[in-house]
Design a binder for this molecule. Structure first.
Ligand code: 6PG
Length: 467
């Protein structure tokens, strides 16, 4: 009998199952297609883990192979989760647990948790980050669901997770959809981080005329400084990789249209519906959508001309701008987490979220420990950009960000995420904004009313009728 089951042996599911077995737990597995089950059994045998793996032909057999109370991890595409639950739930009994470890929309997780609770089942929505390598050797794990639902599997989840200075990068963050929401925001930040890196690549390629390998070497150097992170590290490697077919840089043969499975978009949708805005994440999602408009972009270049290489901001400014934009993206991400926590009553511990992102996940970076500490110390006005420990980075970084955004704009090079980040920063450092005029306009055409600086009553009106 196995301690836990896992259904869905795609790349992430298979690696997670191997990780569970490798961590000393017996795991029963299954998949819709027998091929995947056979492939998995071969992999487990090749890695010396066959003794801890019970491969079963279908869900019913998988459930039959589990110790009671049973726990089953479901690792399938978001669109297939409901169908798998519909097959799985009737096979389980009161007190058993379903764990959805895919990238689910947290609204679905809330609905599923409620429905399973009514049947007497536990339901955990669990965000898992770290790609294939992370799943196999230690991902960051964001758990949502009733605390009591987590208790029976906590030892397994902590054992398979990444460790930061010996501490598991796995935590129960809150009820129902909290874990999947935190994972969604993690992915939104991932989009912003990837986009600002791509914008620097674009500036150096099109503005300065650098070849990919030279840009890659710069990222490799940056990875030894304050920007040290998984995404900077892999960017350095990717840019220096050679395409075996052409012998040229591999990035030069890749179509410039970015895919997206939806988590970045979900982040933006939730931000807007919570009355928030995560401008750097929005820009990153938009940039992926614009990247798909290849024919239109080629037409635009014909109409308005290509950019000629010339002067662009120096390496130091780019490095500092990357740092500042990153802090701004996280600041927006943390605000969004706080807003959702307030709305859904999750009592999220934001510092804990940052702590479990320090290792294993795609956005892991040297900065995350500083961010976690800053959040733990309390953020002035809830904004990471105001944290005293980031004061110097924001002072110099904002200057650099301004020179990068203005330099890129003057050359005609797109830097939407840098621009979005700077726009937020500049808005947040201006005590008196320009929304007084918006209020006057609204009142003029629709008598929507405004509040006066010298009189806090609502619904006051301007002298518009008087000409
Ligand atoms: C992770 C990643 C992962 C995500 C991929 C692709 O944390 O391991 O966020 O969950 O699915 O990065 O996402 P997109 O296809 O949306 O770029």
């Amino acid at each position: 009998m196995a301690r836990i089951g896992l259904y869905g042996l795609g790349v992430m599911g298979a690696n997670l199952a191997l990780n569970i077995a490798d961590s000393g737990f017996d795991v029963a597995v299954s998949n819709r297609s027998q091929d995947a089950i056979d492939r998995f059994a071969d992999m487990a045998a090749a890695q010396g883990l066959a003794g801890r793996v019970v491969a079963q032909p279908d869900l019913a057999a998988l459930v039959g192979a589990l110790d009671q109370p049973r726990s089953v991890i479901v690792m399938v595409a978001a669109s297939a989760v409901d169908a798998v639950i519909a097959d799985l739930a009737p096979l389980l009994s009161q007190g058993d647990t379903i764990i959805d470890a895919g990238n689910a929309n947290f609204h679905d997780t809330r609905r599923r948790e409620g429905a399973m609770r009514e049947r007497g089942l536990h339901f955990i929505g669990m965000g898992v980050s770290g790609g294939e390598e992370g799943a196999r050797h230690g991902p960051s794990i964001m758990v949502g669901g009733a605390k009591a639902s987590y208790a029976p599997i906590r030892d397994i989840i902590e054992a398979i997770s990444a460790k930061y200075q010996g501490q598991p990068c796995a935590a129960h963050l809150g009820p129902d959809g909290a874990g999947h929401f935190v994972k969604t925001v993690h992915n939104g930040i991932e989009y912003a981080d990837m986009q600002i890196i791509a914008e620097v690549y674009g500036l150096l390629r099109d503005g300065a005329g650098w070849p990919p390998a030279r840009i890659g070497q710069l990222f490799e150097r940056w990875n030894k400084g304050p920007l040290q992170s998984y995404l900077i590290e892999i960017t350095g490697k990717v840019l220096q990789a050679t395409d075996p077919a052409t012998g040229g840089p591999v990035v030069d043969v890749i179509v410039d249209a970015a895919g997206q499975k939806g988590t970045g978009r979900w982040t933006v949708i939730e931000a807007l519906s919570l009355g928030q805005s995560a401008s750097s994440i929005e820009a990153a999602v938009a940039a992926r959508s614009w990247s798909a408009l290849r024919r239109a972009r080629a037409h635009g270049q014909e109409l308005f001309g290509a950019i000629e290489p010339g002067d662009i901001p120096g390496e130091e400014a780019l490095e500092q701008a990357l740092l500042a934009a990153k802090v701004i993206a996280y600041s927006q991400g943390f605000s969004l987490l706080q807003a959702a926590s307030d709305e859904y009553g999750w009592s999220l511990d934001l510092a804990r979220c940052a702590e479990i992102w320090r290792a294993g996940c795609i956005i892991r970076s040297a900065l995350l420990d500083d961010m976690a500490n800053a959040v733990r110390d309390g953020l002035p006005e809830g904004q990471l950009i105001f944290a005293p420990s980031f004061g110097d980075a924001m002072q110099t970084g904002a200057r650099a960000l301004r020179s990068v955004v203005s330099g890129a704009a003057l050359k005609g090079l797109p830097v939407p995420a840098f621009s979005g980040a700077l726009a937020f920063f500049d808005t947040m450092r201006q005590a008196r904004g320009s929304a007084n005029l918006i209020q006057a306009q609204r009142d003029f055409f629709g008598a929507h009313g405004f509040v006066r600086l010298d009189d806090a009553r609502r619904d006051q009106h301007g002298p518009w009728g008087q000409g």
